[in-house]
Design a protein around this ligand. Structure first.
Ligand code: DAH
Length: 327
């Protein structure tokens, strides 16, 4: 058997292949079960001991060489395919733009803008916080300690790469209450629009959604002020003066007492009429800031008090603009 001839032939064949399927065929023709080299390996059995040693070694070397060459050619072919693909993906900057008559602001952005406008007119300023929060700000400081069942209702996305402190994608805008109270002393009067996250997904829940938080801290504000503020807001936002609403006792760890606000609606032949009727839609959570939360932020709860509220932007957008599926 002429080893150097086979070697030369094999290398020439491998180098000339430009396609991965072809390369695999070449590989099988030498190294496959019925390939040249494999057949020769079988024939070794008939040789003398001396010959076995010599031929076996040469065959093994040839086998390794062919294998190596094939792997090298594979890399060359793959590079070639990638380069060809990239060169075909040039962006044609000369393409004329599509003929849009006008653009529209996204309903979520529009709603956030409207909410800010109304609360600004009542003297609230806008505060912001990061989407990635510490476990402490998102839960513990808001009187939701690690063992608290309220954590279950706000299952979120935990980030694991920080060893010092657990980080989460914030489940509500309430942690910005904590950030604000740590940084500034009362009187405080803020709203916080922003993105929030939970492990939820269906026609009325999305894993990423938006909330607006409100916080007022001073020495004299009461539940009556909270109610007045929210009633004024909803009437202005939905542009319904006769809006029918109710406050329902509820529970939030960070407010005491706590309430939820519902707005009335009725369905007339399948169409939702909002602001009147005898059915109720929950629209927001609110309450008097729990003294523990004030103390957690270094604000003297014997001297200061206040109220807070939080609502879902998608929820109020869907109601105002008659959107039935969040997606
Ligand atoms: N953070 C609450 C939630 O996402 C909403 C909320 C309720 C915010 C009551 C508040 C509040 O500030 O006082 O479910």
């Amino acid at each position: 058997m002429d080893f150097s001839k086979i070697e030369k032939e094999a290398i020439e064949k491998i180098n000339s292949v430009e396609d991965l399927n072809e390369l695999e065929k070449v590989r099988l023709s030498y190294l496959g079960k019925k390939g040249n080299i494999s057949q020769e390996m079988k024939n070794i059995a008939n040789l003398s001991i001396e010959e076995k040693k010599e031929v076996g070694k040469k065959l093994n070397n040839l086998k390794n060489l062919i294998h190596k060459k094939i792997e090298e050619q594979k890399i060359i072919i793959k590079k070639f395919i990638t380069n060809k693909k990239i060169s075909g993906e040039k962006i044609d900057l000369s393409l004329p733009s599509r003929n849009f008559k006008s653009g529209k602001i996204h309903p979520i952005s529009q709603t956030i803008e409207e909410v800010i406008n109304i609360f600004s007119s009542m003297g609230f300023s806008v505060a912001e916080g990061p989407d990635i929060e510490t476990d402490y700000n998102n839960f513990t400081a808001l009187n939701i300690p690690p063992h608290h069942p309220a954590r279950d209702m706000q299952d979120t996305f935990y980030l694991t790469d920080n060893e010092k402190e657990k980080l989460v994608l914030r489940t509500h805008t309430s942690p910005v209450q904590i950030r604000t109270m740590f940084k500034n002393k009362p009187p405080l009067k803020i709203i916080v629009p922003g993105r929030t996250y939970r492990c939820d997904s269906d026609s009325t829940h999305s894993p990423m959604f938006h909330q607006v938080e409100g916080l007022l801290v001073d020495q004299s504000s009461t539940m009556a002020h909270l109610k007045g503020c929210l009633i004024d807001f909803l009437k202005a936002f939905f542009e319904i003066d006769t809006l029918k609403y109710r406050f329902r006792p509820s529970y939030f760890p960070f407010t005491e007492p706590s309430a939820e606000m519902d707005v009335a609606y009725k369905k007339i032949s399948g169409v939702l009429k909002f602001g009147e009727g005898s059915d109720w839609l929950e629209i927001l959570g609110c309450g008097m800031v729990n003294p523990r939360v004030l103390d957690n932020c270094g604000i003297d709860s014997k001297k200061f008090q206040g109220f807070a509220f939080g609502m879902g932007i998608e929820r109020i957008s869907m109601l105002k603009y008659g959107i039935t599926d969040l997606r």
